[in-house]
Write a new protein. Structure first.
Length: 267
């Protein structure tokens, strides 16, 4: 992965959804011009990584064919590479989409299924020797659901999941230093919001794996407010997550989070 900017605090991953049905920004960046403009904006605002996705995986989102997903993300990745070397993450669970994205300038893969959906994804990670973000989800499918899932111990459940997934990646020849762990948030955990808050409070428990930890709660429904008002809560939670061990924070609001974390990290 290309070198990121040297700053104190966690790395900020800016979200770029090239989708018509993402829950908070669907349809805003569907043209190449709009997507590139947003990418430039997030880079100028201080993003360390861009996470580019061509298919929403939220509740009630629709399946996108491989061909459609490629047509959305590849032109944007190519265009960004003409003016920036910022690390790019491809947010996909499809191995062929990941491979094409990596060939065209992406640096890492963000797979919400943690290599469970496409059996060929592990081969891509091994061959390209790229970082892979593996996220916990209560659902086996890429598309999350709205369920009041209950846990006897939510962090222990996620730790067991990570342990199994790390064992799987090792069996596929993927090196340990390629792995980034995401405990999931919001509906990926449960429709019951207290579990997401509990994960943030106990984030240090995941340090046992000695892997970078990514968290993303920007605009998630467990924050309750209207979508545009959720970022204020998300910034506060980001600071708590950083203090508790988060290495990467995924957000729609790069400028707001960067300014907020600068205050926290310099104080």
């Amino acid at each position: 992965m290309k070198k990121t900017n040297s700053r104190k605090g966690p790395l900020i991953m800016g979200i770029l959804n090239i989708t018509p049905d993402s829950f908070s920004d669907g349809g805003k960046f569907m043209t190449l011009e709009e997507a590139v403009k947003q990418a430039k904006k997030m880079i100028d605002e201080g993003a360390d990584i861009l996470d580019i996705g061509g298919e929403s995986t939220g509740p009630n989102s629709k399946f996108v064919t491989q061909e459609e997903e490629l047509s959305r993300v590849i032109p944007v990745i190519k265009a960004i590479r003409e003016f920036s070397e910022i690390p790019i993450s491809i947010d996909t669970y499809k191995a062929n989409v990941a491979m094409e994205a990596l060939k065209n300038g992406a640096d890492m893969i963000n797979d919400v299924t943690a290599l469970r959906e496409d059996p060929k994804m592990a081969e891509v990670v091994k061959k390209k020797k790229c970082p892979i973000i593996m996220m916990y989800s209560k659902d086996n499918s890429p598309r999350t659901t709205i369920k009041d899932k209950k846990y006897p111990n939510v962090t222990e459940t996620i730790k067991s999941f990570f342990k199994e997934r790390i064992t799987y990646t090792k069996s596929k020849g993927i090196k340990g230093d390629q792995i980034i762990l995401d405990p999931g948030m919001g509906q990926f955990i449960s429709n019951l919001p207290h579990y997401s808050f509990e994960i943030i409070a106990k984030l240090q428990e995941f340090e046992v794996f000695k892997k970078p930890i990514l968290v993303g709660f920007s605009r998630k429904s467990f924050l309750k407010e209207e979508i545009e008002s959720r970022e204020e809560k998300a910034k506060t939670l980001s600071a708590i997550a950083y203090i508790n061990g988060a290495n990467i924070i995924r957000t729609h609001d790069v400028r707001g989070l960067r300014n907020y974390l600068n205050l926290i990290c310099q104080s």
